[in-house]
Design a protein around this ligand. Sequence first.
Ligand code: AMP
Length: 450
Amino acid sequence: MSFETLGLSASLLRALTDLGYATPTPIQSQAIPVVLSGRDLLATAQTGTGKTAAFALPILQRQFVNAASDGEPARGPRKVRVLVLTPTRELAAQVHESFRDYGRHVRGVVTTTIYGGVGMGPQLDALRRGVDVLVATPGRLIDHIQRRSVDLSKVEVLVLDEGDRMLDMGFLPAIRTILEKLPKSRQTLLFSATFDDPIRALAAQFMRDPGEVDCAPRNTVANTVTHRVHPVDSDRKRDLLLEILAVDSRRQTLVFGRTKHGCDRLAKQLEAAGHRCAAIHGNKSQNARLKALRDFKDGRITILVATDIAARGLDIEALPCVINHDLPMVAEDYVHRIGRTGRAGSTGLALSLVSPDEGGLLRQIQRLLKQELEMVPIAGFAPSRPIRMGNDAPMPQRGRAGAGQQPPRKHARRPHPAPSRHAHAGGKGEHDTGRCNGTQRTPGSARSGR
Ligand code: AMP
């Protein structure tokens, strides 16, 4: 399968050549024909799979390349024809940038992005000048709707990106309000990490006979990832983290914390210990978040400390190491976190600092992965009490036998050295080349407990 055989025009193919994309990713080869046909689409795919191009390319083709060659260039003032809703500001900025990249040789397409946390002025100016493709977060878009600074009456395509996360973040009422402003006859594309019930309900309400493409990973992580659990008391996690980071201070590492405050404090402590590091979370200004991400991708900082929500949707791929300073509250987030390492055959290291009170969370993760994570005590950091995972649940079929608590190892290890092959952060072109799943999903992969 090539981009040519998908029927993309020369102007889009040129942009793809500029960007160095040789072949479509699985989500692209499956979704592009559906979108080009004008049909609604329900697709499961996560960030990092090339899903942005999977909708941006066929939208540009249909709405701008085909329309222009059909002799229908935009007449009169520009009106928003394409609306993309994303859960986070970072994702909005990235999708906006992608539309610009992919549409760079398509004439006359004006794209802009609007999100909260930054001044209204430039957004009002951009909307006043006229926009074809608008990428927005729901909250700020509602502000503009209320001010009557945006007209959505001519929208022909709506994309709901990371729909599951938008629902998790409580955006359903905002999405409803926005949808009321859109024409009924339009093409709607819904991208989500899962096809669980709330997503199906959303699709049933707002979509017409959507085609389905399922490219979501099955709650599994690449088998090139080495998982380690380091048991430690909570109040010694920071020291252990410093010890681990000292093994290779040049290694690009994403550290996950649970709270905004905790991430800030940790970043400060790591900085005080001489690491080049930044924190991203919901309380950071948009500019601070974008700067941190840029610095991390460009290697100016080596450690990014993030909360789950802030890290969701970030275009960071193929990291050598992810460290869970705290386990996530929801097991599926472990998969999201770890999905950033061990990609496309590169080796990855996923380390979790687990305190005795996190045994239940660890058990849920192991059950989800159907795999027991290797428990590796580090000398000098043994916790004051054992990690109890309870024994009320059946243990996974796969992986080593015996769930519950692992006996402590006789010989405690030093932290693991860096994996031999260092991958890059934020680079282009590394993808799973596997095929998408069938369109039927098994129930039970739904996220729970949110
Ligand atoms: P996304 O899942 O849309 O966030 O894309 C993840 C990364 O993959 C981005 O850096 C894209 O620029 C890159 N990408 C998307 N499609 C391709 C492709 N067909 N070949 C190589 N890289 C791609």
